[in-house]
Every structure is written in structure tokens, then in C-alpha cells.
Design a protein around this ligand. Structure first.
Ligand code: UD1
Ligand code: CA
Length: 454
């Protein structure tokens, strides 16, 4: 698509989010279902971030939808559409938002989450050329159910016919309405106010603005998008399809940014994943919200990361789990079947095998042996474990927090550490080894004799 300079007229996005979403069969409002770790509404608001003002039209009682809108755009104005009488009716529910001073109105659907900022800019570009209405169109592989766009000889839209109102000839067209459109603010009231509900569905159709503009001799424009960008989500199969398109985009961006994804189809990212250069991500990795991976790091196969940061040239997994608040310093190593939560792992420190580190900090170059557990919870409160630099915690030790281990200290394997350990000390907190010479041989002799009934 051609790059269009955003017009400098004051702009408003009206995001329609009042639909019932019954086909989702969910307690959650449809537009709060997530794609790549963010609600569909959140995606649409992000795509509209460049616009000056935001109005969100919600159904009655949908406080959670309003809250999600405000989380992303605290300045969003919320309008309630009491009854869902059609898309034009929904836009008019927000009429206060464009009563004065708005140059460009862009109408977006909250259940069309993959629309990009560039496409919104292109619609506004149509208005900047002098059109009163610019509609977003796509060539549908299967046009069934969509409104068909009818154009004049110059290729400008003159009407949009909903499937249920279209003649057979009109229905044969494959140029479909994505639903999103831009309307010149100065013309909006006159174009919207006269719309009636004289159609098959007895609804106030936003799409009627096209014929009204054309009839009034006002310019109209068509902007083409790829079908996948305007995918509308009505049920969970379409939600999965949207997820797969979003994942494709995220993987591609990560790879073009300099990361190696060995089997990209098996790696799952989030909308906010930050992945550096020369990062290698092996197969089967899931990266949840809020993850940052610095240059040169390696995420080995089947690791799961969320709310975590991984330092330069650090490595995680295979089968590593980083939970929120895990922060790995440069060249730190977190190995297989290790879970880290709310903990700083210092530069070059190693936590390589079968370990849980929670609510802790581990100093640079310390080594945490296999099976070490920070006991951070007493059933009521959480406590921290502080480990200094260059410390060595022997395998299978339990560190009962709150507890601190000084720089350079050694903890003997199998210890249950309940008291602080001074720097450079050795702490051993387990039963002392006793040896009884010949005990096993004599034990065997006695037992064998018993068994043979002697
Ligand atoms: C609409 C378009 C159709 C287009 C299709 C693309 C109209 C009349 N038709 O049809 O040309 O091909 O989208 O997917 O616009 N909404 C409200 N309040 C309402 C009605 C709808 O907020 O009273 C919201 C819905 O939540 C949804 C969006 O508007 O986000 C579209 O409404 P929907 O009923 O799904 O329109 P379609 O029949 O799919
Ligand atoms: Ca729809």
C-alpha cells in the first residue's frame, strides 16, 4: 500500500464495540478476547494511537470493556449504545465526539483486530485528497456475508450493498467492504443523519453513507487491504485464525530484526515481545507478555517466558521457565527444568538443573547446584533469599527465606539453610555422616538366616 502522509486535520477514531458477540459463547465480551496477549479492543486502539481523539461505543453494562479502553487510552471517551440498531446508529451514539472541530473521522470495528496504522493513515489519505468518504475494501476469497462495493467507471465507490439487500448480479462481485471507513468530519452529520432502516435487516447501515455521498456529488475513495488484515472475529475459529496471522507478523518482525527462529511456526510471541539481534529461539518456545530478550541470548527448546528479561548472551532452557519478575544478567545461564520468579540472576551466574528460585537475588558468577529450592512462602507471606557474588550452593539445598548468603560462601549439598551465612564461610546444615565398619555384611548374614528359617 502506498505510504500516505497523515493529514494535519484533527482526527477522531470511533471504535465500535457494542456488538453482542454471541457466537463466541463466552462470559467475556467478545472484544476482550485476546490475540497475541492483548485484547482485540487493545489492538485496534493501538492501531489508532496516532489519532488525536478516541471514542469507544459499547453496549449497556459493559464496564469491563470501558475499563479496557481506558487502560490503553486514558483519554478515550466512552459512549453507550443502548440497543444495537446498526453500525450507523452506533456511530451516531458517539455524535458528541464529532460535533465540532474534527477533520477526519475513522470508524473502526473492535472485532477486526489486525488492522494496521498504515491502513488507517491510507483511509485518511483519501479524505486528504478531498473525498467525503473513504472505504476499506478487500477481494474476498469467499464474499458470502459481506457488503459488496459498487464502483463507478473511475473506480470510486458509489454504493455498498449488504448481502441480504443485493441483487444476484451485485452479489457476484468479490470486492467487499471491510467495514472500516473514514468520513470527513465536516460532512459526517449530514451523511449520517438521513440514514434510515429501510432494508432487509431493518438496521441503520453505516455503509449507506457511500451512496449518500455519491448522490450529493461528494468524492469517495477506495482503499484496498489484504483480506487477512481485515479479518473479523465472530467465533473462536476466527479468533484462532487472527492469532495465527498476528503470530506470523510477530515472528517475521523478530526475524527481520535479527533473531534466528529455527522453527518459526512453533514459536509463540506476544504483541509486546522485545527481541534483540543475534538472539536464537529454538523450537517450541512460548513468550508471553512483557518479555525482553537482549542481543545474543539463546532460548533453548520448549521454554516458557513471561514478564521476564534475559540479558545479553544469557541462555535459558531447554525446558526453562521464567515467570514474572525474572531478570537474567548478561551471560547468566538458566538450565533445564528450572523455574525462576521475581528474582535477579546476576551476570554469569548459573542455575542449571531442576531448581526453583523465587523472590531472590543471586549475585554475579554464583553457582546454584542441581535441585536447590528457595523456600519463599510460609503459607501466608513471601520472603526473599539474598545470595551474594561468587557463592556456591551445593545440590539439593533448601534455602528457607528470609535468608542471606554472603559473597563467596559455600553451602554443603543437601543443607537446609535457615540462618544467614557469612561471606566466604562454609555452611553445612544436615546430619553428619556416620560409618559403621562391616555393618552391611553382618546385616545381610542375619537376614538371610532368618529367611531360611534356621
Ligand atoms: C458490516 C458491514 C458490511 C461489511 C462487514 C465486514 C454494515 C451495515 N455492514 O457488516 O458491509 O462487509 O461489516 O465485516 O456496516 N456494532 C455496534 N452496534 C451496532 C451494530 C454493530 O457496535 O448496532 C459493531 C459490532 O460490534 C461490530 C461492528 O459494529 O464490531 C460491525 O457490526 P456487524 O453487525 O458485525 O456488521 P456486519 O453485518 O458484519
Ligand atoms: Ca461482522
Amino acid at each position: 500500500m502506498e505510504q500516505v502522509r497523515p493529514s494535519d486535520r484533527r482526527s477522531l477514531a470511533i471504535v465500535l464495540a457494542a456488538g453482542e458477540g454471541t457466537r463466541m459463547k463466552s462470559r467475556r465480551p467478545k472484544v476482550l478476547h485476546e490475540v497475541a496477549g492483548r485484547s482485540m479492543l487493545g489492538h485496534v486502539l493501538a492501531a489508532a494511537a496516532a489519532l488525536d481523539e478516541i471514542a469507544v461505543v459499547i453496549g449497556a453494562g459493559k464496564d469491563d470493556v470501558a475499563a479496557e479502553a481506558r487502560r490503553q487510552r486514558p483519554d478515550a471517551e466512552i459512549f453507550v449504545q443502548e440497543k444495537q440498531l446498526g453500525t450507523a446508529h452506533a456511530v451516531l451514539a458517539a455524535r458528541e465526539s464529532f460535533a465540532t472541530g474534527i477533520g477526519d473521522i475513522v470508524v473502526l470495528f473492535a472485532d477486526t483486530p489486525l488492522v494496521r496504522a498504515e491502513t488507517i493513515a491510507a483511509l485518511r489519505g483519501g479524505l486528504a485528497e478531498g473525498a467525503a468518504v473513504a472505504v476499506l475494501a478487500f477481494e474476498a476469497a469467499d464474499p458470502h456475508g459481506y457488503g459488496r462495493i459498487l464502483c463507478d467507471a473511475d473506480g470510486h465507490p458509489v454504493a455498498i450493498r449488504e448481502e441480504k439487500d443485493a441483487s444476484e448480479a451485485e452479489r457476484a462481485g468479490r470486492l467487499c467492504n471491510a467495514g472500516l471507513m473514514a468520513i470527513a468530519g465536516a460532512r459526517a452529520a449530514e451523511l449520517l443523519d438521513g440514514i434510515d432502516a429501510e432494508n432487509a435487516q431493518k438496521e441503520y447501515y453505516l455503509t449507506d453513507v457511500v451512496a449518500r455521498a455519491a448522490r450529493a456529488g461528494l468524492g469517495t475513495r477506495l482503499v484496498l487491504a489484504a483480506e487477512e488484515e481485515v479479518l473479523g472475529v465472530n467465533d473462536r475459529t476466527q479468533l484462532a485464525r487472527a492469532e495465527s496471522v498476528a503470530q506470523e507478523r510477530l515472528r517475521r518482525a523478530a526475524m527481520l530484526g535479527g533473531a534466528t527462529l529455527i522453527a518459526p511456526q512453533t514459536v509463540f510471541l506476544s504483541y509486546d515481545s522485545r527481541i534483540g539481534r543475534d538472539v536464537t529461539i529454538e523450537p517450541g518456545v512460548v513468550i508471553g507478555r512483557g518479555v525482553e530478550i537482549a542481543d545474543g541470548a539463546t532460548i533453548h527448546a520448549y521454554s516458557h517466558l513471561e514478564g521476564a528479561s534475559v540479558g545479553e548472551r544469557a541462555s535459558v532452557g531447554p525446558y526453562g521457565r521464567l515467570r514474572p519478575g525474572a531478570r537474567l544478567g548478561a551471560e547468566a545461564k538458566v538450565g533445564n527444568f528450572v523455574e525462576i520468579k521475581g528474582a535477579d540472576i546476576g551476570e554469569g551466574a548459573k542455575v542449571n538443573h531442576l531448581t526453583y528460585i523465587g523472590d531472590a537475588s543471586i549475585g554475579a558468577h554464583s553457582n546454584i547446584g542441581a535441585g536447590v529450592i528457595t523456600c519463599n512462602y510460609d503459607g501466608f507471606f513471601k520472603y526473599r533469599t539474598i545470595i551474594g557474588e561468587n557463592a556456591f550452593v551445593g545440590s539439593n539445598s533448601a534455602l528457607v527465606a528470609p535468608v542471606a548468603i554472603g559473597d563467596g560462601a559455600y553451602i554443603g549439598s543437601g543443607s537446609v539453610v535457615t540462618k544467614d551465612v557469612a561471606a566466604d564461610a562454609l555452611a553445612v546444615a544436615r546430619g553428619r555422616q556416620v560409618e559403621k565398619e562391616g555393618w552391611a555384611a553382618s546385616f545381610r548374614r542375619i537376614q538371610k538366616a532368618k529367611k531360611s528359617g534356621a
